[in-house]
Design a protein around this ligand. Structure first.
Ligand SMILES: [Cu+2]
Length: 580
């Protein structure tokens, strides 16, 4: 791109950004076609009860359709001790857990009683043949207007493992998804007696809507500078958190261990920004799953999860260090993403493991709230980088057909604010339509074969036939970014510092997962097969970076997508053109 082209591009993208920014969380009535409803007054939220996080198994049940009803509304409450307005599902936070077996069919009836339009995205699910239910506003559907409903209806297909659903984009309410495999466990996979979910989320006391305005401004949050991501105040662990400033304490998620039993704990980072490290005092963790991929077991002291990543760990209830039978679960926010000090912040969030037989009164804490982590009781490392993980079920990726490179970085706009760019393109959500709708109307022309840029910041790679593609992603930024590919679990063929310069890799049983952390100033090489028709977002999962435009799309098999039987509601909602 010449410097003149670049200048024109910057001005155009600035105009696009300015035009689109109110699209996130605008007031009602942005569009004359958008319905307005009397929004119900927020009620105090109900914490999802502790027992809900224990999974039922469902093993041996025949394949079936499982139906869930989600009513989205505003609520209020103080998960970490500080009152704020929240988004809740059926009055609850976190939202309900979707538990099913592989190959089940899932139906979720969503009713939106929020003042803004929204969608629900089912992270990591393949949505093969139902791309329009991927829940990606402005890409696979248009958001559900206030007062309206939509039914998501999809097969789980081959997916199994631990994942989560989330509301896009503002103040995302979240919930777990657990899909049990139907086949017998592969050799080498440890067994467990009980199965429990632990969902962790960094937590802000301001609404995402107001924080986004600050983030996208030249002044930045708290005036700390353009491009500084809003730093969270605390975090929650299964909906319970602690914030000790202002005299508030919050509450603790508590889980009972029966001595001698073995537990599978499924960890999810459902947050917006921070990496989170999980550990349990005096208990080693044996990691067996990463983003739905079973891995060769590896025993560690702690596990760090980037935003949107998941791990399963096996824990033996055999600790004797604490005579009161109480141990801390620790969910520690890593500060590497934080560019300024948030006053009063608590990064040290706790939950409680309580051995049955503990003679302490209910609610007793293991020891001091500022006690140091004693470690697992043996000298163990933390979990290493993704590229060192080995899938338990070996796969050899087929030889590649097409390779292409994208590079991303952040740049300052003429007004002093900061935006991300992939190959010099910053994504802006389409208004009143979706890229899928555009492709269906013009499958051969909207986004031609290969890499193209459609109007409004839509960077799209198109494959009109089934191909094995390799995408080289160069991170030119001085920070790390967790990238998520919708609808796939790409192989990680290679990675390293700097930019990719045709290094050769030997992809013998490479790791594959749907959310890959790309460290600062480094690259990854991903490989996948374009056999899943539709528009698949590939984006940084840090909420602020995504909303600022760090996203591109893969357009697989557009002539197949053109025959999708899109539910009429989606078309109607596109025409309504409601702000999110
Ligand atoms: Cu990012």
């Amino acid at each position: 791109m010449s410097s003149l082209q670049y200048l024109i591009f910057l001005v155009l993208s600035l105009v696009a950004v300015v035009n689109s920014t109110p699209g996130f969380g605008d007031l009602l009535g942005h569009s004359p076609t958008c319905p307005s409803i009397p929004v119900p007054n927020p009620l105090p939220y109900i914490p999802l009860n502790n027992h809900s996080f224990v999974l039922n198994g469902l093993a041996g049940q025949p394949p079936q359709t499982r139906v869930f009803n989600f009513v989205l509304s505003l609520g209020n409450g103080a998960p970490d001790g500080i009152e704020r307005e929240m988004v809740v599902v059926n009055g609850q936070y976190p939202g309900p857990i979707i538990e099913a077996n592989q190959y089940d069919h899932i139906v979720v009836n969503v009713q939106n009683l929020l003042p803004n339009a929204t969608t629900l995205h089912w992270h990591g699910l393949y949505q093969n043949g139902t791309n329009y239910y991927d829940g990606n506003a402005a890409i696979t559907e248009c958001a559900i207007p206030p007062g309206k409903s939509m039914t998501y209806s999809f097969d789980l297909g081959e997916f199994s493992g631990t994942t989560w659903w989330q509301m896009q984009y503002t103040d995302g309410v979240i919930g777990g998804i657990v899909v049990h495999p139907t086949a017998r466990s592969p050799p080498g996979l440890p067994t467990w007696d009980e199965d429990v979910l632990v969902v962790m989320q960094d937590w802000y006391h301001q609404t995402a809507e107001s924080l986004l305005v600050e983030y996208l401004s030249a002044a930045g949050p708290l005036g700390t500078g353009a491009g500084n991501e809003p730093v969270p105040d605390s975090a929650t662990l299964n909906g319970h958190g602690q914030y000790f400033s202002a005299g508030s304490g919050g509450s603790y998620f508590t889980f009972n261990f029966v001595r001698g039993k073995t537990y599978r704990i499924r960890l999810v980072n459902a947050g917006s920004l921070a990496d989170i490290r999980f550990s349990i005092d005096n208990h080693p963790l044996t990691v067996i799953e990463a983003d739905g991929t079973l891995i060769e077991p590896t025993t560690v002291a702690g596990v760090s999860l980037a935003v949107a990543q998941r791990y399963s760990v096996i824990v033996h209830a055999n600790a004797t260090a604490n005579t009161n039978g109480l141990y801390w679960m620790r969910s520690t926010l890593l500060t590497d993403m934080f560019t300024y000090t948030e006053p009063g912040q608590n990064i040290d969030i706790r939950g409680v493991i309580r051995y049955t037989g503990s003679h302490t009164p209910p609610g007793t804490l293991p020891n001091g709230i500022h006690s140091q982590d004693p470690g697992p009781g043996a000298a163990l490392p933390d979990l290493a980088l993704t590229t060192t993980l080995v899938p338990l079920m070996a796969q050899t990726p087929p030889p590649l057909n097409h390779q292409f490179t994208v590079s991303f970085e952040f740049d300052t706009l003429p007004d002093g604010s900061n935006r991300p760019f992939i190959n010099n393109v910053s994504w802006v959500p389409l208004q009143g339509t979706s890229t899928l709708q555009q492709v269906m109307r013009n499958p051969g022309g909207y986004a031609p074969e290969g890499l193209s840029v459609a109007a409004g910041g839509q960077l799209i790679w198109t494959e009109t036939s089934v191909q094995v593609v390799q995408v080289v992603v160069n991170n030119l930024d001085g920070g790390g970014h967790p990238f998520h590919l919708h609808g796939h679990s790409p192989w990680i063929i290679g990675s390293g510092p700097g930019t990719y310069v045709n290094q050769q890799f030997n992809p013998t049983n490479p790791m594959h997962r749907d959310t890959i952390f790309i460290p600062a100033n480094s690259f990854v090489v991903l490989q996948f097969i374009t056999n899943n028709p539709g528009l698949w977002a590939f984006h940084c999962h840090i909420a602020w970076h995504l909303m600022a435009g760090l996203l591109m799309q893969f357009n697989s098999l557009p002539f197949t997508s053109a025959h999708f039987n899109i539910p009429p509601a989606i078309t109607t909602y596109c025409a309504a053109d409601c702000p999110q």
